[in-house]
Design a protein around this ligand. Structure first.
Ligand SMILES: [Zn+2]
Length: 245
């Protein structure tokens, strides 16, 4: 990770918030790589330390998350201490996220989509949204001044939902895969969780197939899907992307 210059605290253009270390690598790692390649400052906030995982320890995951962050080119990554597997949308937890939002002051926040198999992922969608709202209220007092992100988008890779838009991650798919594979405690073949986890060689096949599927929707090779709640605004019809027929 590139540290902030001395005397300056790091601020982010794009902040991805996720329940667990390695969620971002799976759902929007290619997008973070693309944004970094465009010169934007990117950051990741994991809400849990991963202590409830079947494989590895929270310390293993912390080390692996740092390595993955380097591979994704993000300038800042931290984890909060919310309980893995039991994240709740409480005022205390919202304020913990508000402190980070006011520190990093992102223009765009990426959250997980609000319908998900894992309860933590679904809760982070509403918890993150409400934190973004509260962060803009001066009456919610923290040490830093208020800040409301301009845009929230939902990473919908694992949701059965039609995305609003796709980010082309074709040039970054191998690097994204390397970042995911940095979590050796999770994905290297091993006895623990053998019946629960997909074998290592199949992870590549599955994640590339998913990216190919979403890429096809937008006429590119590999893509990551997102949903935005608000309706878009168009200035020039002739500049709309993606061919119709
Ligand atoms: Zn997760």
């Amino acid at each position: 990770m590139t540290p902030a210059p001395p005397g300056e605290s790091f601020t982010a253009d794009v902040l991805a918030i996720a329940a667990h270390r390695d969620d971002v690598e799976q759902t929007c790692g290619g997008t973070l790589l693309r944004m970094a390649a465009r010169g934007l400052r990117t950051a990741i906030l994991d809400l849990t330390a991963g202590e409830a995982g079947t494989r590895g320890t929270a310390e293993d995951r912390a080390r692996e998350a740092r390595e993955a962050a380097n591979l994704l080119g993000v300038g800042w990554r931290e984890a909060l201490d919310l309980p893995d597997g039991a994240i709740e949308n409480t005022l205390e937890n919202r304020v913990k996220i508000v402190r980070v939002l006011r520190q990093l002051r992102p223009r765009v926040v990426i959250l997980p989509y609000w319908q998900a198999r894992h309860p933590d992922h679904a809760i982070v969608a509403s918890l993150g949204y409400q934190a973004c709202f509260l962060s803009g209220l001066a009456k919610i007092e923290t040490a830093a001044k208020s800040h409301r992100p301009f845009k929230i988008v939902y990473a919908s890779l694992y949701a059965d939902v039609r995305p609003t838009f796709i980010v082309d991650i074709t040039p970054f798919i191998e690097q994204r895969h390397s970042a995911l594979m940095a979590y050796r405690s999770q994905y290297a073949n091993q006895a623990a969780g053998g019946g629960l986890f997909v074998p290592q060689d199949e992870i590549r096949e599955r994640t590339f197939a998913e990216a190919r599927h979403y890429g096809l929707l937008a006429g590119v090779k590999y893509g990551e899907p997102f949903v935005q709640k608000e309706v878009g605004l168009v200035d020039d019809l002739t500049l709309l992307p993606v061919q119709s027929i």
